[in-house]
Design a binder for this molecule. Structure first.
Ligand code: FES
Length: 176
């Protein structure tokens, strides 16, 4: 279950006490709490620390791990790099998009899933590749992608544990 986000002041106090004014660790803490980096929280952090907003924004946009937009509780990233594209990334995106009724860059209305694309994950030998909640799945077909995402969605609906350590049914999991 999603824990309730802390109030802005509580987050900032915790961030600053624990990390001083380290922008990267502060942004990690803020994103852990909210699931993304809300602009008003970044502005409050800037005011409290004296760090210019432009520096905070530059850091937030430099690292792919940070998001300025709300993300789903479960994050799906499909690689659309050249090798994955040739080996069917488009079919993976179509399958996941149809299943969740969202397009890349969108979040499901219940905020459970977000879908993104990336240009290369560095494991082209296992193309096409998808990452779900940090776990890599390679050599995928549209059917396998649908099955993996569908399984997580069912578990989320049932309130079951989120860990997905089950069988792959032929796809390569944990690649890269
Ligand atoms: S192109 Fe997809 S992992 Fe490299």
């Amino acid at each position: 279950m999603c824990k309730r986000p802390l109030e802005v002041e509580d987050v900032l106090t915790r961030v600053i006490v624990a990390n001083g004014a380290s922008v990267v660790t502060a942004l990690q803490e803020i994103q852990n709490n909210y699931g993304y980096l809300p602009e008003e929280v970044l502005r409050a952090f800037s005011r409290k620390t004296g760090i210019p907003m432009v520096d905070i924004f530059n850091t937030a946009t430099f690292y792919n791990a940070f998001s300025l937009e709300p993300r789903g509780r479960h994050q799906i990233t499909v690689c659309v790099g050249t090798t994955c594209h040739i080996r069917g990334a488009g079919m993976l995106i179509e399958a996941v998009s149809r299943l969740l009724e969202i397009q890349p860059g969108e979040v499901t209305p219940d905020r459970e899933f977000s879908l993104e694309t990336v240009n290369c994950l560095g494991c082209c030998a296992f193309a096409p590749v998808m990452v779900l909640d940090g776990k890599y799945y390679g050599n995928l077909t549209a059917g396998k992608a649908r099955e993996i995402v569908g399984r997580i969605r069912e578990e989320a609906a049932e309130g079951a544990p989120e860990a997905d350590e089950g069988e792959s049914g032929g796809s390569r999991e944990g690649v890269c």
